[in-house]
Design a protein around this ligand. Sequence first.
Ligand SMILES: [Zn+2]
Length: 405
Amino acid sequence: MVLKTGQPVLVQVTKDPIGQKGARLTSQISLPGRYVVYVPGGGMSGISKRLPESERTRLKAILKNLIPEEAGVIVRTAAEGVSEEELTNDVARLKAQWEDIYQKSENPNFHAPALLLSEPDLAVRVIRDIFNEDFRKLTIQGNEAWEEISSYLGSIAPELVTKLEKYVGKGDLFADFRVEEQLAKAFDRKVYLPSGGSLVIDRTEAMIVIDVNTGKFIGKGGNLEETVTKNNLEAAEEIARQLRLRDLGGIIVIDFIDMVLESNRDAVLRRLVECLGRDRTKHQVAEVTSLGLVQMTRKRVGQGLIEAFSTTCDSCAGRGIHIHMEPVKMKAPMPQVNSQSASHDDADESEATEHEFHETLNTETLNTEEPDTETSSNTDADVEVEAKPAGRRRRRAASSGIITA
Ligand SMILES: [Zn+2]
């Protein structure tokens, strides 16, 4: 495609800016719904590989009649067991959304760059992408959020409305449910392990470094190798958890405590790989280096938990950071398009989509490949989600300088 200067193009932001990198844009528009991702321009279609064969056949049959020939559709894992009516509604909503975008983009009174559609409010996005019957309860504080969420849920999944609960306490929802306490823990460099050992997690410019330590009283008359191995196994489990919790990406180097026996070293590595298996984000554990360091990579999804909540400390010129209790506005360069980000925060899915896109381009056979699409829900099944009204005013700078030389 040849573009001329000044020619308006319709694009979608697929990835938020991270660090120095600007946002990633695509001309292939895709609109995420609850059960499907609608691709008005076509070019990619797929169905989650996590769905059983019979279910895939059923869903394909239903969607065949719903999706226009020129359009594509990606079926999310969440579509499993969903009725024809629900799917129809989902597709209808997305079609209407596309119609609206298209009309606006064709309108000569609309001058680029202009925002045609932005992702809904975070609360609604969380409901759309994550909230399902696996959750026991959803507690909501604030009238506005309550109205918005209950009406949205009422329209897309009325059977889940009974799980909504309005917070009636006088205090703060996050404090009452100790969410902020959990958050604060996730900012700490040090993470304690069940048997008294600990992890120290540090970010450097090039990589994340995780040091594994034992507790104070190791090997007291006992078997040192055994104690160390047990500690390393606990560390392996906790590391997998922390990577997800903190949204850590890039190169990660882990320094486990030295073990004498190869069988123990293997056991720790196996445990790490096994625990990472539950991580839906793309990752790879490479070889153990000659110094006994475990090298791995994990795909960057968001900007990282600590990056979202911190600002560089001016006093020590970047040697330390200030942690805030609220996410900090990103200072990364924004794209020319005047958009909040139309990405649907469904990183795994968009990766799968992109992969699929290239494959279809290469093979020229559409609708044959099925990407392993999945939702971004890393949430454990029985967790409660507490939604807060957007725009909380409190912003407390909690501490400074959590990173040392
Ligand atoms: Zn400082």
